[in-house]
Write a new protein. Sequence first.
Length: 751
Amino acid sequence: MKQIENVSRRGFLKGLGISSSAFVLGVQFSSVLGVPKALARVTESTVFSPSVYVQIGADNIVSVIVHRSEMGQGIRTSIPMIVADELEADWEQVAVIQGLGDKKFGSQNTDGSRSVRNFYQPLREAGAIARTMLEQAAAQKWQVPVTEVYAKNNAVHRRDSSDKLTYGELVAIASTLPVPDSSTLKLKAKKDFKFIGKDNIALVDGKDIATGNTTFGIDVQLPNMKTAVIARPPVLASKVKSFDASKALKVKGVVDVIKLADVEEPVLFKPLGGVAVIADNMWAALKGREALEIEWQESAHASYDSDVYKESLKSSCEKPAAVLRDKGDVDAALASASNTLTASYYVPELIHAPMEAPAAAAHFRDGMVEIWASTQTPQSAQGNVAQFLGLEPEKVKVNVTLLGGGFGRKSKPDYVVEAAVLSKQFNLPVKVVWTREDEIQNGYYHAVSYQTLTAGLDQTNKVTAWHHVAAAPTISSTFSKGADVIGFEGDLGLVDMPYDIENIRCSAGKATAHTRIGWMRSVTNINQAFAVCSFADELAVNAGVDSLEYLLSLLGDDRHVDPNKEKAKYGNYGESLSEYPIDTARLKRVVKNVGEMANWGRKLPKGHGLGIAVHRSFASYVACVVEVSANAGGKIKLEHIWMNVDCGTAVNPERIWAQMEGAAVFGISLAYYGEITAKKGAIEQSNFDGYAMARMHEIPPTEVSIVASDAPPGGVGEPGVPPVAPAICNAIYQATGKRYRELPLKQYGIV
């Protein structure tokens, strides 16, 4: 179990030191692109490349091509761990190559907590293929059966002999051999893992990131490059009616002002339009933008007002438009219930707010364009740029830099398209930089939602019926104009509600979107887990039963839940329910584990309370307990957080701990402060003064433990977020007797 404590700045910096016993993966970066110099290895004739993920040179260096984007989740460490383990590589002889945008890698969209979940097996096979072919090459050179050799530590050894050949010495022969079929491979047993599941692997990029020795999208510098900022429409789909650039062009360093094409709905990943200011540097571009005089022709979205919209969502829940799951006869069960309990929950619109706002550089020349971007989705960036510039995708090269956070925002490549369009029009390299204000006022938003839950109870307070109605603008509205009912979002904590209840109905109300709606870290699991986990606690209180024990009773017998048998069209995060079932035994296990971690049931000091929540998302299971205290003035202090995660096979425990700790911080920020509001269609917040993040002193000691499991790997980056906010609110109720059903908590003056 790992624990995070509040530390001073000096203590934090001191903690960056890496012990001499730690595994360190050496990576060299060029000064421009922020990618390993090992990239040059691609053109060497001595390279052995048995798959798109592995290259081995005559110099004995094993290069692992990482096709996913690094944004702090440690994927440039975890992927090499998987490959190197099966390859029997020497960790100190491993280098990393950041993959370019290329369909040969399969999906490169680094979201949905899928990087390890979807590629664990292919990456293991890639390592095993290379190892097998190197063993075959050694057997051929020694003229012995392949059973007489074995790979270990970047070399192939001859049994009962001191003879060995390094991988570098074998690449020439190995390159001539046929690639074995994956069905013939012998993968390692878990007991033989050297890297997978070990917690002593240092983060590849950690030291360089902490010391400023690497390149993020915002850092990219190219010869003769200009910087651009854009005055975008304050209201979605508004158009530039007229503009005066004369004052902007008088600003020293401003070289041009360019009107972009107005956006038409659906907005997809198109630039929003507006007026771009091109300058020699960022400061000049910003001052030039301030000097612009623009008259906007407002769109129909100018009617958007958050307070009014909230009431419309409430009304929509009263007349649901679609049934997403239907089990038993809810209407009859509610009519015959001894008692009913109803509660409504509200989560406002939210924004990603990554530390690094979107940034991309582009250089269009000779009918081609090269991109450098902090993007989660290089292939989508490639495809969208190609479409806007009228090029074949092969004419668009996308270099992936490090990302200063992403949370789903940087899987939407509108900012990459902006850079490419301006570079082509201006005929020089152009870097587009979004400011914090741009990101908050013109981004893609996490959907606001209103939810009403009703439970029917028998005479013993057992739940006999469950009706959950949710109304929220759908992500589909970004891709299909007029879409107004959630679709796949229902799979994220609504349709897959796992409680053992005889009669269940999950429904959705209509909601028109007035902003660009996109996915954010854990997507609508945030909203729906808040409602479901809070309501479960309310039912426990109503029944006069301990919250943890009541939660276990709701989960019922150990079983696999299949919503598709109850008139649902459940997607299960793209996974099969046979391989990744909704397993109530695993849910109950993390509940019991986290209860033990928190010493649930102990006598608490006066004014303290414990709250619990559990949620399955992205094929992983996370339970969270929060302890809070209330002072005489009614202020709430977070005292401690405990989290237990069952993510199946744990590839990189150190990163799993870090992701859960980060999810706690993210969840606290959303619970305390997260709120985007609109008046007359324009977003009212603009920076962290209006859209605050939890501060370091507000983060309590946080303990994380991981369930040992041989199940297939589940997601890690997102599943820790959903149970945090409801656990906080449930704890506040236990401490104060006050139930909060609407976020953020700042509105109540308790934080």
